[in-house]
Ligand binder design. Structure first.
Ligand code: 7JU
Ligand code: MG
Length: 213
């Protein structure tokens, strides 16, 4: 079967990056993506994500949208021992690529990939994955799902006062209903981080929304 862009990216990393070195894996994913554009959060937005994570100092993290594991590697390498990083990926093929990428980077003990629908997995996080509440949520799957999944996190009691949501792509491709919701619901304190789309000159932004509890 013809390989995919995601498989080609993994092969390139396995052949060139240093096993057990997360930065090396990130650098080679970025290098490959300069030639074959891909939706990794990338090396321009990545440092903004890292700054928010470091300021939050989370113990329990959730990511919506694993893709190839780039942001899971970027974030999990910052987390203190004993921290858990759960990441939901709807596409089985991407989840398999991501697992190999995360293993190669040496992050397999911190990162747990949950393959399936966020709408099905989120309500099971407490019962199946011993989650009490989430300290940090990186939202980076499909803009149409940002709002329904945010409301589901609230309804499932997974957010507490101070829980930090950080959403990618709120300008490009855009998540207008999510911005409207977090900025007007009265439940969040929001901060916008104007930046650029990965591997591109197009404008994009991240939105940070801190749950008021
Ligand atoms: O679907 C997505 N999920 C998560 N993140 C994305 C992203 O960061 C993108 F840039 C894009 C994107 C795709 C095509 C474009 F022309 C521009 C951005 C898509 C996603
Ligand atoms: Mg994105």
């Amino acid at each position: 079967m013809a390989d995919s862009k995601e498989q080609r990216t993994l092969d390139y990393v396995l052949q060139n990056a240093v096993r057990g070195d997360p930065q090396s894996v990130l650098d080679f994913i970025d290098k490959f993506s300069e030639n074959e554009w891909a939706m990794h959060v990338g090396n321009v937005k990545g440092p903004i994500v890292e700054k928010v994570v470091t300021e939050t100092d989370p113990s329990t993290c959730l990511e919506l949208g694993t893709y190839c594991g780039y942001s899971a590697i970027r974030i999990s390498r910052l987390l203190k021992p004993g921290t858990r990083f759960l990441t939901i990926e709807s596409c089985p093929a991407n989840a398999a690529i991501a697992q190999q990428m995360i293993d190669f980077a040496g992050m397999q003990d911190k990162v747990k990939i949950l393959q399936g629908s966020s709408q099905e997995i989120i309500p099971r996080l407490k019962a199946d994955h011993q989650v009490e509440t989430l300290d940090f949520v990186f939202i980076d799957h499909w803009s149409e799902c940002y709002t329904p999944d945010t409301k589901l996190l609230e309804e499932c009691g997974l957010l507490r006062k101070g829980s930090v949501l950080l959403a990618d792509n709120v300008v490009y491709p855009g998540a207008p209903d999510f911005l409207e919701y977090v900025r007007t619901s009265g439940r969040y304190d929001c901060t916008n981080f104007p930046t650029h789309l990965q591997y591109s000159k197009k404008e994009d932004a991240l939105e940070k929304a801190v749950y008021r509890g």
